[in-house]
Design a protein around this ligand. Sequence first.
Ligand SMILES: Cc1cc2nc3c(=O)[nH]c(=O)nc-3n(C[C@H](O)[C@H](O)[C@H](O)COP(=O)(O)OP(=O)(O)OC[C@H]3O[C@@H](n4cnc5c(N)ncnc54)[C@H](O)[C@@H]3O)c2cc1C
Length: 468
Amino acid sequence: MSTQEQSTATTSSDRRSPDVVVVGAGTAGCYAAATVAREGYDAVVLERKTEHEAGHIACGDALKGADAFPDAIPKSKLEPAFTNTGVDHGRFEIPQEDTVLEIPVPGELAVIDRWEYGRRIIGGAGDTGVEFHYDTVVKNVTQADDGRVTGVEAIRKGDPITYEADIVIDAAGSLSILQDNVDFSDSTFDTNVNYSHFCSAYREIVHVEEPVEWDDALVFKPTERAAGYLWYFPRTDTEINAGLGFQMTEEPMQLVEDLKRDLENRPEFAGAKVEDKLGAALPTRRPYDSAVHPGYMAVGDAAGHVNPTTGGGIAGAAYAGKYAADQAIEALETGDYSEATFWEYNERVMDHFGARYAALDVYNILSTAVDVDDLMGLLAAMPGDKLAEALYSGSTDIGLKLKLESLIKSRGHWGTIWNLYQTKRCADDLLAHYEQYPTSPEGLAGWQDRRDELMETVYETTGAEPKY
Ligand SMILES: Cc1cc2nc3c(=O)[nH]c(=O)nc-3n(C[C@H](O)[C@H](O)[C@H](O)COP(=O)(O)OP(=O)(O)OC[C@H]3O[C@@H](n4cnc5c(N)ncnc54)[C@H](O)[C@@H]3O)c2cc1C
């Protein structure tokens, strides 16, 4: 048992009562718990993995924007896990067009040793007084007669254990089991969640003998056999995170086999050794319309806080953890654990990144309806700097910023360009609507009605099957 575990605020051996129970020792859970503990409240993180395995998470290891992460865990704690800070562009390989596009990536970007990062955020949260209870698999959620969540039931090494808490923060990642067990009928919590909103992804950490030439780039490539994509992210010039994923609406890929085939075809991986393998699902959808319920908030992957076009979710998880914890502190101070108290958490998520992710989701929807080869042909014909602007400005600005020269280069793709332009208008309308996100739970239903009308236009314009 670790020192952190020994200092538990216990009421009995099988029933415990911290102020806040956080389920999941990932990024969202650690930032949430650290934010609460820093204010002097008891926060316990329950993690199903062993103390050794905790923090070992399937990921591409690309960390964007760590310079502005919440300060509950200081950046200096994380930095030793940043193994490559020299990456400054994306390298898009488009074999159909025999083209490689190089697109600058603005802002701070690091490729990290993800397990080391995972251990370091746990250590950083531990420094603020957070307790970690490992080998603890949460199975169920307890609710009072009025529906408020009052705690969780778990199993630790075969024995049942119950936690009572004023607030439960669900940071249990994609497809969180907690949400299968909460009765959300009396709250705004978003239950419109379906397996098709997720991407199935797999990655290997591969060691090569000779340094790769592209150690300053994130390498992307569309997969050959199904609508998916491959990535090669250099942790160092000889340690590469190689992975691939596909949207669960598409025909399933043989992830392990398909990655192996691509690796075999790349000369720089001749004789390479695989050091680690992991796979997982990640949400590639809009953020939850509301992630709050009396006594309960969901954060990070458990609330769809991932950029649906890049799959980047570490930053969203860190911020969501902080914003939820700020409302948890307010609730602990006022004794009011209602949705109204937690609502500001929803608002801050939408304001910071949620609205933008919802607009980007429109392009994800488009990609399920257009011909991938045609899209790749268009990409190959576009100037890299325009694409970079398009990718990193608020909504995706592809349509308007196309200059004449790229239009001429991309003749043959004018149908796709028109489609993209119309789709961009839909995304802009949606973004504007998300910027009007309601200021209280009472406003949500009316706001959702108008949003759903805008989504109808998205489906009509793109020709895609409704996603939600
Ligand atoms: C293959 C892949 C590649 C990715 N690449 C990137 C990338 O390059 N950059 C990026 O920013 N993002 C990437 N992401 C997304 C990113 O990893 C997630 O968005 C991020 O880890 C979410 O953090 P989280 O804290 O919400 O959840 P997680 O990190 O998933 O943490 C959830 C924790 O909860 C625990 N848990 C789950 N259920 C229970 C239970 N019932 N009881 C107790 N504990 C439980 C889990 O063991 C886990 O430790 C990738 C994801 C995948 C799958």
